[in-house]
Design a protein around this ligand. Structure first.
Ligand code: PBG
Length: 330
């Protein structure tokens, strides 16, 4: 039946009708808020603005606990912790220190907000002097298998500190399996792994690297992160993570990768997270500040589009604003 009997506009006429047939829901319970936590002594400011990410700050442990409390009050599901260590070294050893910044922050947040999920980013780039996501060989390339051992050690240390989920973001081969085995061996068989399965070598991580001080000192990450041109390979990465025991998969970045959110959601059959990354956040903030877009409408549209594409959960620096706007709406 075609026009004029069919009129698509009938069900768009009022908010009541639109709400009745809306296909995708967005709620704070689907959001995770990333936090940058700094290991700093007294004298360091408890909150330090990040120039390229207006509204986002580097936090002391106590400021991170305050942020977590606010996130929980807004109904946000989880915080995702990124650590900025006091000392970096060649191997990134501060990453698996039980008294490291993420470990201390995870314990403090779990104690203050037991219901709020704490997800930890398992990677080495913030902890190594060279800024790469693993151990370097003499020729400057990242040694996959040596790195995987360290990642497993980091994941166990995070679990010991009370992390509810561990999220490896390094893109080494075999890390999910190795982390699973190590967690199980250490008595953490109940801790799920959220695998950054399809993580691309992207131009959209710039502000994050500013925030975390993790820009590679030389070269780039294209020998371990994926080529943005590849979709079949992304699905294969996700399926390998499923085989290795991942509980959830991730697509990162989000906005230019909606096709892969959809494809991996169907192929992997696992809950999927989309990471609405720092550069995506910075673009929206800049456009809004320039008066080019309505920030609130744009953010809610973006987050809804990621849910529509197939994301069960979204990691976003907009999480607190979005959660506020969503409660105002209803
Ligand atoms: C690596 C990591 C990065 C991001 C999350 N985990 C940076 C990178 O791969 O260079 C980027 C997140 C963002 O841009 O918001 N530990």
């Amino acid at each position: 039946m075609a026009f004029p009997k069919t009129r698509m506009r009938r069900l768009r006429a009022t908010e009541g009708l639109r709400g009745l047939v809306r296909e995708t829901e967005l709620s704070a319970a689907r959001l995770m808020l990333p936090l940058f936590v700094v290991d700093a002594g007294s004298g360091h400011p408890s909150r330090e603005p990040i120039a390229t990410m207006p509204g986002v700050e580097r936090l002391s442990i106590s400021a991170a606990v305050a942020e977590a409390r606010e996130a929980a009050a807004l109904g946000i599901a989880a915080v995702m912790l990124f650590g900025i260590p006091g000392e970096k070294d060649e191997h990134g050893s501060a990453a698996w220190d039980d008294e490291g910044v993420v470990q201390v922050a995870a314990r403090a947040i779990k104690q203050a907000q037991p219901e709020l999920l704490v997800v930890t980013d398992v990677c080495l780039c913030e902890y190594t002097t060279h800024g790469h996501c693993g151990v370097l060989r003499a020729d400057g390339s990242v040694d996959n298998d040596a790195t995987v051992e360290l990642l497993a050690r980091i994941a166990v240390s995070h679990a010991r500190a009370g992390a509810d989920l561990v999220a490896p973001s390094d893109m080494m081969d075999g890390r999910v399996g190795a982390i699973r085995e190590e967690l199980d061996g250490e008595g953490f068989s109940e801790i799920p792994i959220l695998a950054y399965s399809a993580k691309f070598a992207s131009a959209f991580y710039g502000p994050f690297r500013d925030a975390a001080g993790s820009t590679p000192a030389f070269g780039d990450r294209r020998a371990y992160q994926m080529d943005p041109a590849n979709a079949r390979e992304a699905v294969r990465e996700a399926l390998l993570d499923v085989q290795e025991g991942a509980d959830m998969v991730m697509v990162k970045p989000a906005l230019a990768y909606g096709d892969l959110i959809s494809a991996i959601k169907s192929a992997a059959g696992l809950p999927l997270a989309a990471y609405n990354v720092s550069g995506e956040y910075a673009m929206v903030k800049a456009a809004a500040a320039a008066g080019a877009i309505d920030e609130r409408a744009a953010v809610l549209e973006i987050l809804t589009s990621l849910r529509r594409a197939g994301a069960d959960t979204i990691i976003s620096y907009h999480a607190k604003d979005a959660a506020r706007w969503l409660t105002e709406q209803s």
